[in-house]
Design a protein around this ligand. Structure first.
Ligand SMILES: C[S@@+](CC[C@H](N)C(=O)[O-])C[C@H]1O[C@@H](n2cnc3c(N)ncnc32)[C@H](O)[C@@H]1O
Length: 219
């Protein structure tokens, strides 16, 4: 069985047949370009860095990382073969240098301490509490000393309007994996995985709720 066939696995828009529409839906509904650009800039990638995009999906963020830091070595990992097929085509069309790997986030097949930056966008709300912990443990293991984790995902709702708007995401992606996000639990889980200087660096109001950016450092 491929990784994406696990019973708890949530593909980009919940139902596999919708994956082909993912890029259009995202571009039309939330401030995708803006928050991904903020995440890229926040990641402060240096020439020679090894960078991993966990749950890269169709590789929009991965390509932005590769363009922003052409002298970095950029990897994208995702469990879904369909999303990776779209990613592969986009990367080839762009003539970019990105290595794609199909694997579950918490089983990422890389050597310990082999990355300087790990970046992830809109993935943690697809993971159960246990998978979130396992994935953060894996990120901690894969980062070198002083390496940084940068995450963008649904965060604690800023107000009742944002909490209500997030019900749309919860109805689509399920309550089990999304509730920790909207309750603002992610920073605590990042700390529990052994990261330091954990910060929520930014909050953006969107039509689907509050999007948060986080930054943390591997000791
Ligand atoms: C909402 S999409 C986000 C894609 C991309 N990061 C973006 O911002 O456009 C979530 C992605 O996470 C992937 N994913 C979900 N659970 C995963 C897991 N356990 N391991 C690896 N990838 C996973 C899905 O296949 C999907 O491509």
């Amino acid at each position: 069985m491929g990784p994406a066939t696990q019973s708890s696995y949530v593909t980009a828009l919940r139902f596999p047949f919708l994956t082909r529409f993912y890029d259009c839906v995202l571009a039309a509904t939330i401030k995708e370009e803006k928050f991904k650009q903020l995440l890229v800039e926040q990641s402060s990638i240096q020439p020679g860095h090894r960078v991993l995009d966990v749950g890269c999906g169709t590789a929009t963020l991965t390509l932005m990382l590769a363009r922003h830091a052409p002298q970095a070595e950029v990897f994208g990992l995702d469990g879904d073969a369909d999303a990776l097929a779209i990613a592969r085509k986009k990367i080839a069309d762009a003539g970019a240098q990105v290595t794609l790997v199909q694997a579950l986030a918490f089983e990422a097949p890389f050597e310990a301490g082999s990355f300087d930056r790990i970046v992830s966008s809109l993935v943690f709300h697809h993971l159960t509490r246990e998978q979130k912990k396992q994935t953060l443990d894996k990120c901690r293991e894969l980062l070198s000393k002083g390496g940084e984790l940068h995450i963008a995902d649904w965060g604690r709702a800023q107000n009742l309007l944002m909490r209500t708007a997030f019900l749309g995401v919860q109805l689509l992606d399920g309550f089990e994996t999304t509730t920790d996000n909207v309750r603002g639990v992610l920073p605590r889980l990042i700390e529990q995985a052994g990261f330091e200087s954990v910060q929520e660096t930014r909050r953006e109001a969107t039509i689907f709720g509050t999007l948060s950016l986080y930054r943390a450092v591997a000791p």
